[in-house]
Design a protein around this ligand. Structure first.
Ligand code: HEM
Length: 265
């Protein structure tokens, strides 16, 4: 994770946002800290990471405000929102900061876990991995199967604004709702033999990137990253072993997946 899987997404999203190359890895480390779940109160390390991340983002915003570049931060600064009365306005400083953080964290944390799951699951299922080595055209489908099988973002939260009925259940307005999209990936009403990992599985959709108006903005970027990483890795290293007893998972409120995957060849 440290040497490869967590570095690829954070350096890529960093580059798209306009973070200079020497700083991209550090931003990934701060984003990691920001996501860390600390039930007994925020540690000094996490608080320090958040402060440094905020300060870094504010500095970058300032420099792009002065000299815009060909990057997403400059794009956010130049963006205009059309209001109900037809007039337009720019994003406020806090809004650009929030988008910057959202894109960086959403773009790096989840995709890192997807790549981690790929390392674990393909080692656990060497026959499935061999199919990908023999037929790289299957990799795109394997990425969807990985997403279905181990969702990196397995729970989404909603606030229910009014009384509704879903699937015969009354949900009162004002409720907090947890949507277990990770569980939906293993729903036996939708997927045949859902606990079987099958890179050739034929299916149209899964809920791992969410659904509806808030579905994942970066879904195709994540798919592209995973496909390229898998194609290039499998071409160089067709086999590997994972010591699953030493695999560690991240501790966050939203993201689920490996933080450590010891690999031997
Ligand atoms: C495997 C990788 C990824 C997974 C599993 C994932 C998952 C999700 C899910 C489930 C949602 C919906 C959240 C909700 O309904 O409350 C979401 C939203 C979002 N994702 Fe991703 N994501 C991934 C990669 C990315 C990447 C690479 C980006 C970077 C551009 C990104 C940016 C976003 C943003 C901005 C939203 C919010 C969209 C909105 O609220 O309108 N995600 N993602």
């Amino acid at each position: 994770m440290e040497d490869f899987a967590a570095r690829i997404p954070s350096t890529l999203i960093g580059a798209l946002l306009g973070v200079p190359e020497p700083d991209q890895e550090q931003l990934g480390i701060w984003a990691d800290l920001m996501m860390r779940y600390e039930p007994d109160g925020v540690s000094a390390e996490k608080a320090d990471g958040i402060i440094k991340l905020q300060a870094y983002m504010a500095d970058l915003l300032e420099s792009r405000r002065r000299v815009p570049g060909d990057d997403m931060v400059s794009g956010l600064l130049a963006a205009e929102i059309v209001l109900d009365d037809g007039s337009t306005r720019r994003l406020e400083h806090d809004e650009v900061m929030a988008f910057f953080a959202l894109l960086h964290i959403a773009g790096s944390e989840t995709t890192a876990r997807l790549l981690g799951w790929a390392a674990v699951l393909l080692a656990r299922h060497p026959d499935e991995r061999a199919k990908l080595v023999a037929t790289p055209a299957l990799v795109s489908n394997a990425v969807e199967e990985l997403l279905r099988y181990e969702a990196p973002s397995p729970i989404q939260a909603r606030y229910v604004r009014r009384d509704v009925e879903w699937h015969g259940e009354q949900v009162p307005g004002g409720s907090k709702l947890a949507l277990l999209t990770g569980s939906a990936g293993r729903d036996e009403r939708t997927f045949l033999d859902p606990d079987r990992f099958d890179v050739e599985r034929v299916f149209d959709t899964h809920a791992t990137f969410g659904y509806g108006i808030h579905s994942c903005l970066g879904a195709n970027l994540a798919r592209l990253e995973a496909r390229v990483v898998l194609e290039e890795t499998l071409a160089r290293f067709p086999t590997w072993h994972v010591d699953e007893s030493a695999v560690e998972l991240v501790r966050t409120t939203t993201v689920r997946g490996p933080s450590r995957v010891p690999i031997t060849w």
